[in-house]
Design a protein around this ligand. Structure first.
Ligand SMILES: NC(=O)c1ccc[n+]([C@@H]2O[C@H](COP(=O)([O-])OP(=O)(O)OC[C@H]3O[C@@H](n4cnc5c(N)ncnc54)[C@H](O)[C@@H]3O)[C@@H](O)[C@H]2O)c1
Length: 442
């Protein structure tokens, strides 16, 4: 379902009317296509309390950024990158207004603010206060940015995944990720031979891939070099075959909630692959009702598809040799699992449950050959699921984020593909919101 309001306010007449009457003016976001430059302009690099060292500059340059270290009159920056890893006291934070005032006005449309910090660790009260302050700064700044620009925070505990994280967050791949902290820990995170095809040689399986977000995930994983098995209900077989043909993948008819789903999945992988590297738990359903009116079937079907299937499949895979080393599992949660939503106690239970599952499974996947498991929590994404919402509710929901628009399935797919990449090995047990900094429960 296309966003007609977005098209309207990006036309000359619509833009001037929206500006005169003070309506939201979302812009068409910068999204990634292979071969794009990393940024729409140079990256201005700063830091507090000291200037960042040469290694960060070199890392940005290797990613394709042209880096400057002092403000330049008239420049249009593609990114403002601020290294706050050495922040140790609230007074150090005064460097933020020094660096950002003035330079923020020079940020290009769809530019990026990327702050590097360290996670509070309980070792020192003053240090932790200052480190946690970064979270408040970045979330607030993301709400101040305009024209499709975003701000995000990397909590760099270890540099293993910094190169891949920087590429994701500065590029158009992160178009709809805004106001989010991500923690980068130690982990096996090798640089790929080709950054445009980081998944080359990897075998991936995506559930619920016949349409919507699952289809977009399959397309992006294939674009990034993976050999993809697309799985869905037998009833979605035609659409599934179309997806497989378009991406050079193969199909598997699988009801993830069926009692024999784990065995069927493992048998398929044993026969058709040299092991599974990437599993995306995307299949999901809604059966919305107020809890007062919820039938046992409406409750149990959502629990079975959205949560219990993932627990059973992961449990079986962890005990099986078909799961390769450095496997990456990504599970679809939802912002409903973080903030709740009226009429969705069943769905909210599953999407919060996925987060609990991911946190508790991280150590198990790490122990299985340095694997990882993470969740992606989409906000409002334009798909057939959300097209069923009443018109007025959908229009309001679309504007309720800092980017003032719904995300596209590809936005979720890009985040999934990053977490599924070898270079993201330092991200484990986390939840990445892809919600344009949804104002509900943000
Ligand atoms: N669309 C959004 O705004 C949004 C927001 C947050 C989270 N999500 C989550 O993203 C995922 C995909 O959502 P979508 O909007 O693309 O949904 P969708 O309804 O468009 O597609 C879901 C797919 O899952 C398949 N499926 C359903 N039950 C299945 C089963 N038992 N076994 C195998 N496949 C099954 C369907 O056939 C369909 O192809 C879901 O987990 C959803 O909860 C979506």
């Amino acid at each position: 379902m296309s966003d007609r309001y977005l098209s309207l306010v990006n036309s000359p007449v619509g833009s001037s009317i929206a500006s005169r009457v003070g309506l939201p003016r979302p812009v068409v976001l910068r999204r990634y296509t292979p071969g794009d430059p990393l940024l729409p302009g140079p990256a201005l690099l700063g830091g507090a309390p000291a200037s960042p060292g040469p290694s960060l500059r070199a890392l940005l340059e290797r990613a394709g950024a042209s880096v400057v270290t002092s403000p330049q009159e008239g420049a249009r920056y593609g990114a403002l990158v601020f290294d706050a890893r050495a922040v140790a006291a609230p007074s150090d934070l005064a460097a933020f207004p020094s660096f950002f005032s003035g330079t923020l006005r020079q940020l290009a449309p769809c530019g990026r603010v990327l702050v590097l910090g360290r996670a509070a660790d309980g070792a020192d009260v003053t240090v932790d206060a200052a480190r946690q302050a970064l979270d408040g700064i970045v979330r607030s700044l993301a709400k101040e940015l305009k024209n499709g620009a975003t701000a995000n925070l990397l909590l760099v505990q270890d540099e293993a995944s910094l190169a891949s994280a920087v590429r994701f967050f500065l590029s158009g791949r992160s178009a709809y990720v805004d106001g989010q902290p991500v923690r980068l820990d130690a982990g096996t995170a090798p640089d790929p031979a080709d950054w445009d095809r980081p998944l080359a040689g990897r075998t991936a399986l995506v559930t619920g891939a016949a349409r919507g977000i699952g289809r977009a995930i399959a397309e992006v994983l294939a674009r990034d070099g993976a050999q993809v098995i697309v799985a869905d209900l037998a009833a979605a077989g035609d659409a599934l075959a179309t997806v497989a043909n378009a991406i050079g993948g193969t199909t598997l008819h699988l009801d993830v909630a069926a009692p024999d789903a784990p065995e069927k999945l493992i048998a398929h992988l044993r026969t058709h692959t040299a092991g599974l590297d990437i599993l995306i738990h995307n299949a999901g359903i809604t059966r919305d009702r107020l809890l007062a009116n919820m039938s046992p079937e409406q409750w149990s079907s959502v629990l079975a598809v959205n949560l219990e299937s993932q627990l059973r499949i992961d449990g079986a895979l962890l005990g099986s040799p078909v799961l390769n080393e450095r496997a990456r599992v990504v599970c679809l949660s939802s912002t409903t699992g973080l903030s709740g939503n009226r009429g969705q106690t069943n769905y909210g239970a599953t999407k919060a449950g996925v987060i609990g599952m991911v946190r508790a499974s991280a150590a198990l996947f790490a122990a299985h050959g340095d694997g990882t498991i993470n969740a992606v929590a989409p906000g409002f994404i334009d798909t057939e699921m959300t097209a069923r919402m009443p018109f007025a509710t959908r229009e309001v929901a679309r504007r309720l984020s800092s980017l003032q628009q719904a995300g596209l399935p590809v936005d979720v797919a890009e985040a999934v593909a990053w977490l599924a990449s070898p270079g993201a090995g330092g991200v484990n047990g986390q939840v990445l919101r892809v919600c344009g900094q949804n104002l509900v429960g943000a």
